[in-house]
Ligand binder design. Structure first.
Ligand SMILES: [Mg+2]
Length: 204
């Protein structure tokens, strides 16, 4: 990790987070989930559902919503994530969350991990307000709401959609790779595997 880039990112005042696997511990097994939903192609779950015949689509989306709810009720915070958000709040940063999950699952997850207080209602975007990531649209809406320039923003996430959305919106991108899988470095200004790595710089 480049210390200079870390220090640089921490100067930015507008932070947009992915939810699942970034603020929460990762529990979603997306390939297994797609199989369970009858989506066999190697593509995003939401994109796969969109390609289904209309008669099937609602049924599969209802199943996805239910599975997402079951995961949401078991949400646990990533170690150090609350402390990192507290640090940002103390710096007067604006914070938003953008997820491909649905709205009720987003709210339930935030409640379970005790992070509701960090994200105002108007700063929570889900797939219920399309287009979803990798579209940069929700990020742009947040920046507009905050009257902020993308050059003062950071998009944080563990998946390709998060980093693609950040790149397209023009923010810095932080790859939160808690599994230490790698593979998305080309889309990221910085890669970390734990929140404590950034907190170490925050406490300087
Ligand atoms: Mg994620």
């Amino acid at each position: 990790m480049s210390p200079q880039i870390a220090v640089d990112l921490l100067r930015r005042k507008h932070w947009i987070f992915d939810l699942d696997g970034t603020l929460t511990l990762p529990v979603h097994d997306f390939p297994a989930l797609r199989l369970k939903l009858g989506l066999t192609e190697a593509q995003g779950t939401l994109e796969g559902i969109q390609k289904l015949p209309p008669a099937q689509r609602d049924d599969v989306m209802a199943k996805l919503n239910q599975i997402g709810w079951d995961y949401a009720t078991q949400s646990k915070a990533q170690p150090g994530a609350v402390e990192f958000l507290q640090f940002l709040a103390a710096q007067g940063c604006q914070m938003g969350v953008v997820t491909r999950n649905n709205h009720v699952n987003l709210v339930e997850s935030l409640r379970r991990i005790d992070m509701e207080k960090f994200f105002a209602d108007e700063c929570r975007y889900s797939r219920d307000q399309p287009p979803a990531k990798p579209s940069p649209e929700p990020l742009r809406k947040l920046l507009t709401l905050w009257q902020a320039d993308a050059s003062d923003g950071v998009m944080v996430g563990d998946a390709i959609y998060d980093l693609q959305a950040g790149k397209a919106a023009g923010t810095a991108t932080l790859y939160f790779d808690s599994y230490n899988h790698g593979g998305l470095e080309d889309l990221a200004d910085l890669r970390i595997t734990q929140w404590q790595q950034l907190l170490a710089f925050a406490n300087i």
